[in-house]
Design a protein around this ligand. Structure first.
Ligand SMILES: [Zn+2]
Length: 448
């Protein structure tokens, strides 16, 4: 496949080249050549002309709960902070079914793909009524998205001092057994893998220290990654101090939850010592600015993390705490929120794009995505420049304009060398039918 004549090609390669009139030559799902269109092979099975477009690496989402698209904008949870928001939603989520997981995951992935995302992780931590992570994996295969499926879990219910109701938590032995099954069945560690499995107990206030420790040992025995929520807001920090006598960063360290194979969502309230610890150990952060604003959790110290050398990627977070899962939009909000917190020079448009590409790749432990260069996965997206939101901006700096402006939908998305979106339309699923089914299931779930 040959993609050529893009007005601007953003490579995110080692020298961050941006090439006017650039293109990419792809063979068998892998990028073979990148450069000005004249310098590329002129023939291919399929040639797509991208005059009037910006072409860039597919964006990478490092934190999500896709099932939550069924419970967007639920009135009781519209205006609450994290703990009250969760308490309002847990009883509804207790009614989830395998079909709901599959259809909501398809819906969330469709939304992400149309926003320029080509790789996503998902953190599924609630398994009532026979739900399994297999239901999410089936959706990823159907739609053609590169996927890190995180086997979440909750084991400490209210009767043991946790936040979730007892009826939505699982037995710890059963969690570990199912996690092993998933890794052995699905985890593909090869370069260009379309599917990773990660181990992901939900949060300090819903799992035990034993489960955290045993999960880390299990993950490391298979060489898979570890993921959880950490230091999301001040109540989360208080819970950690009261229950464990430690800051969230100390708690993570005490359980073996630091290292280059670990990434934590949020870290809004990570303190200076925590930032230094994460930098020293290469522990990653999934920064979720929209969710942090929606739940009034605070402003994550991303510039300080960046300066210290902490790996940071972006996450849209679950659809119920960020009702607009747009990856380019998340990059925009990361830039804007950093400026609210730390001044106008705190983050540039290109730095935001870097978080959404290279940053995400590092956090998910991958060196085969996040940049367009020979030997990288053929994951690339193109945005049209004649959208009204880019009028003017496309003339002065089309790359920055994509981040500063109202986030447009993607025109072309190639994932693993296959065109999953053409002319702005998803090719792999019949989206209107999926959305109709999703509406029926969302009503059914709310009705209980
Ligand atoms: Zn989350």
């Amino acid at each position: 496949m040959l993609l050529r004549n893009a007005d601007m090609l953003v490579t995110m390669d080692a020298s961050r080249r941006e090439i006017a009139g650039g293109g990419v030559f792809i063979r068998d799902g892998v990028i073979e050549a990148v450069g000005s269109s004249e310098a590329l092979p002129q023939e291919a099975d399929e040639v797509i002309d991208l005059a009037g477009h910006v072409l860039m690496p597919g964006l990478i989402n490092t934190h999500h709960h896709m099932y939550q698209s069924l419970t967007r904008a639920v009135p009781a949870a519209q205006d609450a902070e994290l703990f009250d928001w969760l308490s309002a939603l847990y009883p509804i989520w207790a009614g989830l079914t395998p079909e709901m997981i599959r259809v909501s995951t398809l819906t969330a992935m469709a939304e992400l793909i149309l926003s320029g995302c080509t790789t996503s992780s998902d953190h599924l931590y609630i398994y009532p009524n026979g739900c399994r992570l297999d239901d999410s994996i089936e959706a990823a295969r159907q739609i053609g998205m590169r996927f890190t499926a995180s086997r979440g879990s909750m084991s400490v219910g209210r009767s043991r001092g946790g936040l979730p109701p007892d009826r939505v938590v699982e037995d710890e032995e059963a969690i570990l057994r199912d996690t092993r099954r998933l890794i052995e069945t699905y985890h593909d560690a090869t370069r260009y893998s379309m599917l990773h499995v990660a181990v992901a107990p939900c949060s300090p206030f819903s799992v035990s220290r034993d489960l955290m420790r045993e999960s880390a040992v299990l993950a490391r025995s298979y060489g898979v990654r570890l993921h959880t929520h950490l230091a999301e807001n001040v109540k989360d920090v208080s819970y950690s101090r009261e229950q464990f006598g430690m800051t969230p960063a100390e708690y993570a360290e005490s359980l073996g939850w630091t290292g280059a194979d670990v990434w934590h969502a949020h870290c809004v309230q990570l303190d200076t010592a925590g930032i230094a610890l994460f930098a020293r150990t290469g522990t990653g952060v999934a920064h979720c600015p929209c969710s942090n604003m929606r739940l009034a959790s605070g402003i994550a110290p991303i510039p300080a993390m960046h300066a210290a050398g902490v790996p940071v990627g972006l996450g849209v977070d679950g659809c119920a705490s960020n009702d607009g899962a747009h990856m380019l939009g998340e990059a925009r909000q990361a830039m804007l929120l950093a400026r609210v917190g730390f001044g106008p020079a705190a983050m540039s448009a290109r730095q935001a794009l870097e978080l959404a590409t290279l940053g995400g790749a590092r956090v998910l432990g991958r060196d085969d995505i996040g940049a367009l260069a020979p030997g990288m996965s053929a994951d690339c997206v193109a945005f049209r420049l004649d959208d009204v939101s880019l009028a003017g901006g496309a003339v002065h700096d089309p790359v920055a304009a994509l981040v500063f402006g109202t986030p447009p939908r993607v025109q072309l998305s190639v994932i693993n060398g296959k065109a999953v979106v053409r002319d702005g339309e998803l090719q792999t699923v019949e989206l209107p039918a999926v959305l109709r089914q999703h509406d029926v299931l969302a009503r059914q779930l709310a009705a209980g």
